[in-house]
Design a protein around this ligand. Structure first.
Ligand SMILES: Cc1cc2nc3c(=O)[nH]c(=O)nc-3n(C[C@H](O)[C@H](O)[C@H](O)COP(=O)(O)OP(=O)(O)OC[C@H]3O[C@@H](n4cnc5c(N)ncnc54)[C@H](O)[C@@H]3O)c2cc1C
Length: 420
């Protein structure tokens, strides 16, 4: 039985390696950085003297690949979240607070009850969202939804910008609907928020690395793949920290971001526009409710998460904010945190600002149309990554599904292996 070389130990590469190793396939995982996790990881921050995540990551109970992945790697109990789906919000423009509580069933009957609606909205506003269901490939959210009024400002905009990391009016309507259909569209039990209790690496990365190693896989860190050799429609060699000659039945799963993938295979199509996400992590003195999270409108902050004495703020589609100096960003975000939690101190204590300038590709219809399939012209090479054609936004769920799919495609071509 051949080996599979997985290039990139982000979530897509890890999902591929986990699935392959679980089927008894010999896996070698090559990661350029000194740690696995890619855009989803935790690290010790010296300024805060705390372990923090590169950015807040929210998952939902309806994310089926997250569920399968965490069950496989034994990490289900590392997540926390409310027992019922609840999304608290505050509007900093006027201080209004409300909580979005999805209905038990697929039909959102609660929009007909004024006290269950987002303040300032009417039942008829929600009914217009049916246009999303029929959205075509080229439709933006702006084509399907009214981009003015309370429902847009207080519901669609914050939900869409965090899922699609793109100016919502210009973002792909089909991609948003794909998420809504699998979560809100299935009722309350599919949209319970899930947050890593300790950190992203403890929940999603380290247990996966251990799983691969415990199944006789090799995880090679600081092992950037710099080149591929090709002959007669196949990959026959990899240039990493050593030259690797592939055997005839060896396979490759390439789970790199689009620019990295194109560096190795210039003919691959793929998105070429990206969007930043900015996260600010602030140490606070006063005790706040641990594991609180909250949506914010009317300020710069969009989502706030509390873990212990660290308050973390996320701003998506944040290219302009990311241009500003860190100290200025910290002042802007701290001003929002003070108002949300009624904190007296005008100056933030220790903080860390993290700018992920290429957090995801820009999820407009034009960029979505550039996503490549998993199978390539090279018979033994399969693509994975949140930017490949998963029919989902560039999220944890999308990255994991792409990795599982690439592994399944590789498994189909491997002899003497238990089929998925
Ligand atoms: C700040 C932030 C917040 C986010 N919030 C959320 C959220 O709330 N919910 C959600 O679902 N998603 C969220 N996402 C998106 C999610 O993190 C990504 O979709 C996912 O991590 C992408 O995984 P990936 O494996 O496709 O890519 P990557 O994580 O980019 O993995 C690619 C890996 O390849 C490695 N590599 C690159 N070049 C080479 C090479 N030549 N050789 C070997 N290795 C190489 C890289 O070092 C990296 O480890 C967020 C992303 C960011 C940045």
């Amino acid at each position: 039985m051949g080996r599979v070389h997985v290039i990139g130990a982000g979530l897509a590469g890890l999902a591929a390696a986990v699935r392959l190793a679980g089927h008894g396939v010999a896996v070698v995982l090559h990661e350029a950085a000194g740690h696995a996790g890619g855009r989803c990881r935790s690290f010790h921050d010296h300024q805060l003297d705390r372990r923090i995540d590169n950015g807040n990551h929210l998952m939902l109970s309806g994310n089926s690949a997250v569920q399968t992945y965490q069950e496989t790697i034994g990490a289900v109990d590392t997540m926390s979240g409310p027992e019922r789906a609840e999304f608290p919000f505050i509007d900093l423009a006027d201080g209004t607070r409300w909580t979005v509580r999805p209905d038990r069933g697929a039909i959102p009957w609660s929009v007909f009850r004024s006290h269950r609606r987002v303040p300032g909205t009417h039942a008829s506003d929600y009914l217009k969202a049916w246009k999303l269901v029929r959205a075509g490939k080229t439709d933006t959210l702006g084509d399907c939804l009214a981009t003015e009024g309370a429902l847009w400002r207080r519901f669609w905009h914050p939900i869409a910008v965090s899922i699609l990391n793109t100016d919502p009016a210009k973002a792909s309507a089909q991609l948003l609907w794909a998420v809504i259909a699998e979560t809100f569209g299935k009722g309350e039990a599919a949209c319970r928020p899930l947050i890593a209790k300790q950190g992203l690496s403890e929940s999603l990365i380290d247990p996966a690395v251990r799983y691969v190693q415990n199944h006789d896989g090799e995880v090679r860190l600081n092992d950037r793949v710099r080149g591929l050799s090709m002959e007669t429609g196949k990959v026959v060699g990899l240039t990493a920290s050593e030259e690797i000659r592939l055997k005839s039945d060896d396979k490759v799963v390439m789970a790199l971001p689009p620019t990295g993938a194109r560096g190795l295979l210039p003919d691959i199509d793929g998105p070429d526009a990206f969007q930043a996400i900015v996260n600010g992590h602030f140490m606070v003195e006063q005790a706040l409710d641990d594991h609180t999270f909250m949506g914010v409108v009317g300020g710069t902050a969009e989502w706030i998460f509390v873990r212990g004495d660290v308050v973390s703020v996320t701003v998506s589609a944040a290219d302009r904010l990311a241009e500003k100096p860190e100290a200025e960003i910290a002042q802007i975000l701290w001003a929002d945190i003070r108002r949300v939690f009624d904190i007296k101190s005008e100056q933030p204590g220790p903080y860390r600002i993290i700018k992920e300038k290429r957090a995801t590709f820009a999820q407009t219809p034009a960029q979505v149309a550039r996503r490549p399939e998993c199978e390539t012209v090279l018979k033994n090479l399969f693509l994975a990554g949140d930017w490949t054609d998963t029919d989902l936004p560039a999220t944890i769920e999308g990255a994991l599904r792409s990795g599982f799919h690439a592994a399944d495609k590789a498994l189909e071509t491997i002899k003497n292996v238990e089929r998925p």
